[in-house]
Design a protein. Structure first.
Length: 130
């Protein structure tokens, strides 16, 4: 075999056989790969991902924090009204305003003091939601 024959075989392999094998592999493997991807996608849709559970937990925690922030804002507003000397209760509806007010007799004992509320610190709050 001469070098011209080897060069001719290399050209035939490079120009004909390699592209023919590539097209054959593409047309034979593409349907198999697509079916495997469809199976994988259908399995992934059936079970929730850990990110979905984490996102749901974060949304619930955010809702709790928003509620807590609203209570804190109301407490600050009430405190500011107390310090300003205008500790009037919020306006009552018209039906409640039309009712007669009950007056406690002078010789009646004073009402019991309200129970103190438990206020959680930041560390307690974080520990509760971890």
């Amino acid at each position: 075999m001469s070098s011209d024959d080897i060069l001719g075989y290399a050209v035939v392999i490079a120009l004909i056989i390699i592209p023919a094998l590539a097209f054959t592999a593409r047309f034979a493997l593409k349907p198999m790969v697509e079916s495997m991807l469809r199976i994988r996608d259908s399995l992934d849709r059936e079970r929730p991902s850990p990110d979905d559970r984490r996102l749901t937990a974060l949304e619930e925690r955010l809702a709790g924090m928003e509620e807590l922030l609203e209570h804190v804002a109301q407490a600050v507003e009430f405190d500011a009204r107390l310090r300003a000397g205008a500790a009037s209760p919020p306006a009552a509806p018209a039906a409640a305003a039309a009712r007669p007010r009950l007056v406690r007799p002078a010789d009646a004992p004073p009402p019991p003091a309200p129970e103190p509320r438990l206020v959680l610190g930041r560390a307690d709050y974080e520990q509760e939601y971890e």
